[in-house]
Write a protein that binds this ligand. Structure first.
Ligand SMILES: *Cc1c(COP(=O)(O)O)cnc(C)c1O
Length: 406
C-alpha cells in the first residue's frame, strides 16, 4: 500500500478540476481596509479586498479595537478553560445577554465558531427529540448538514426556498413525530432570502420547530442588526436563531439565541460546546462592543446597502452577468471552474483586485462564480476600477461563452 500515492492522486484530481484551493497570504491595513498587502513570492503588492466577510469593516472599528486592548490589559489573553472549568468570564456572560436581547430571546449561548454552533446545536436538539425528522433546505451550509448527519435522525431535503415542496414532505410524515425546519435567512452564494414567514406558518400548521441560520444577516439587517427576522418582525416566530461574530461583527465565534430551556439543553448536552476551551475574553469583549455599536448605529448598514446596489447597477450597465440577488451579496456568473480561477488570478496579478473564485462543492458545478462583497469602505473609484477590470478580463477570456451556456 503506497499511502503517499493515494494522497497525491487525490490532490491531482482536484487540481485538474480547477478546484484546488490556494490561500492568499494577505495583511489587512487597519484604517485603510479594504486595502491590504499581498505577500507573494516576488515581494509585496498592494491590493483591494473584494471578498471579505467583514461586511461592515467592524474588524477595524476603534470601539472594538479599544475594547479588545482594554480586556487584554485587564484579564490577559486566553480564557484558561472550558466554560465549565474556569472558562466562563464575565465578558461571556454579558455577551450572551446582549445576543439574547438582540434577537429578543430568553437566552443566548456562545460557541467558538458559527460552524460549531450549527453543528453541535442541531445534532444535540435532534437527539433530544425522539423520532425527530429534520427538513433541511438543499442549499444549507456545510455546518448545518454536518449537524443533521450527527443528529442521526431522519432527514428530508426540500428544494431551495420551496414552501410547496416543504409542505408536501411534512404532510407525508407521521403528524405525531417531532419536526425541525432548518434554513438560512440569507443564502450567501446566491444572495437570496428565505420565505421566513411562510416557513413559520408551516411550522405552526404541522407543529414543527424552526431553526434559522442568520449568519449573513446579523449586524446588517433590521433596525438593531438583529437580522432579516428582525427586519420582517418575525423574531418571535423562529424558535432558534443562529449567528456568527465572524462576519459583520468583525471578530470570531458563533452563537444561538432561543428559549431558556432550549439554550439550557444545548449548554448541558452539546459536546461541541462543553469539551472545548471557551473564546478568549478579549475576543468576547470586542464582540460585545461590536454588537452594542451596531445595535445603535444604522450608518454602516445604510451605506453598505447603497454600495451593494451601486456595484450591481454598474456591473449591469457593463453587461456583466450579475446573478439576481436582493441582498448585499453580488455574485457574477462565470460557469466554468478553470476559467473562474483564471479570471480571479488575472484580476489579482494585473489589477490588484482580490476576489476568490467560488467553485464546487461550495456551489453546484457549472455555476462557478466570482462573488463580490462590497462594504461601506469601497468608494466609487474602487467600484469603477473593478467594473472596468472585469470587463477587460471578460473579453480576454471570452467568459460570455461559458456564462451564457450555464
Ligand atoms: C460562515 C457560515 C457559517 C459558519 O460561521 P463561522 O463563524 O465562520 O464558523 C455558518 N453558516 C453559514 C451560512 C455561513 O456562511
Amino acid at each position: 500500500m503506497n499511502y503517499d500515492q493515494i494522497f497525491s492522486s487525490a490532490l491531482s484530481d482536484i487540481k485538474e478540476e480547477g478546484r484546488y484551493r490556494v490561500f492568499m497570504d494577505i495583511e489587512r491595513k487597519k484604517g485603510e481596509f479594504p486595502k491590504a498587502t499581498w505577500h507573494t513570492e516576488n515581494g509585496e503588492k498592494e491590493i483591494v479586498v473584494w471578498c471579505s466577510n467583514d461586511y461592515l469593516g467592524m474588524g477595524q472599528h476603534p470601539d472594538v479595537i479599544k475594547a479588545m486592548k482594554d480586556a487584554i490589559d485587564k484579564v490577559g489573553t486566553g480564557s484558561g478553560g472550558t466554560r465549565n472549568i474556569s472558562g466562563t468570564h464575565h465578558y461571556h456572560v454579558m455577551l450572551e445577554e446582549e445576543l439574547a436581547d438582540l434577537h429578543n430571546k430568553e437566552a443566548g449561548l456562545l460557541f467558538t465558531s458559527g460552524y460549531i454552533s450549527n453543528e453541535t446545536s442541531i445534532s444535540t436538539i435532534a437527539k433530544l427529540l425522539p423520532g425527530c425528522i429534520i427538513y433541511s433546505d438543499e442549499l444549507n451550509h456545510a455546518s448545518m448538514i454536518s449537524g443533521v448527519l450527527n443528529g442521526k435522525c431522519q432527514k428530508r431535503i426540500f428544494k431551495h426556498n420551496s414552501v410547496e415542496h416543504l409542505e408536501d414532505l411534512i404532510k407525508a410524515d407521521d403528524p405525531t413525530l417531532p419536526k425541525i425546519i432548518l434554513f438560512e435567512s440569507v443564502y450567501s452564494m446566491d444572495g437570496d432570502f428565505a420565505p421566513i414567514e411562510e416557513f413559520c406558518d408551516l411550522a405552526d400548521k404541522y407543529n414543527a420547530m424552526t431553526y434559522m441560520d442568520e449568519v449573513h444577516a446579523v449586524g446588517m439587517y433590521g433596525p438593531r442588526g438583529g437580522g432579516v427576522a428582525e427586519q420582517r418582525g418575525l423574531m418571535d416566530r423562529v424558535d432558534i436563531i443562529e449567528g456568527t461574530l465572524g462576519k459583520a461583527f468583525g471578530l470570531m465565534g458563533g452563537y444561538i439565541a432561543a428559549s431558556k430551556n432550549i439554550v439550557d439543553c444545548v449548554r448541558s448536552f452539546a459536546s461541541g460546546f462543553i469539551f472545548t476551551t471557551s473564546l478568549p475574553p478579549a475576543l468576547t469583549a470586542g464582540a460585545l462592543a461590536s454588537v452594542r455599536h451596531l445595535k445603535k448605529s444604522n450608518v454602516e448598514r445604510k451605506i453598505h446597502q447603497e454600495r451593494a446596489a451601486r456595484l450591481k447597477e454598474k456591473l449591469r450597465e457593463a453587461n456583466l452577468p450579475v446573478m439576481p440577488s436582493d441582498s448585499h451579496i453580488v455574485p457574477v456568473l462565470v460557469g466554468n471552474p478553470v476559467i473562474c480561477k483564471k479570471a480571479s488570478d488575472i484580476l489579482l496579478d494585473e489589477f490588484g483586485i482580490y476576489v476568490q473564485p467560488i467553485n464546487f462543492p461550495t456551489v453546484p458545478r457549472g455555476t462557478e462564480r466570482l462573488r463580490f462583497a462590497p462594504n461601506p469602505l469601497h468608494d466609487d473609484d474602487m467600484i469603477d476600477h473593478l467594473v472596468k477590470s472585469l470587463r477587460e478580463v471578460w473579453q480576454r477570456l471570452d467568459i460570455d461563452k461559458y456564462s451564457k451556456a450555464a
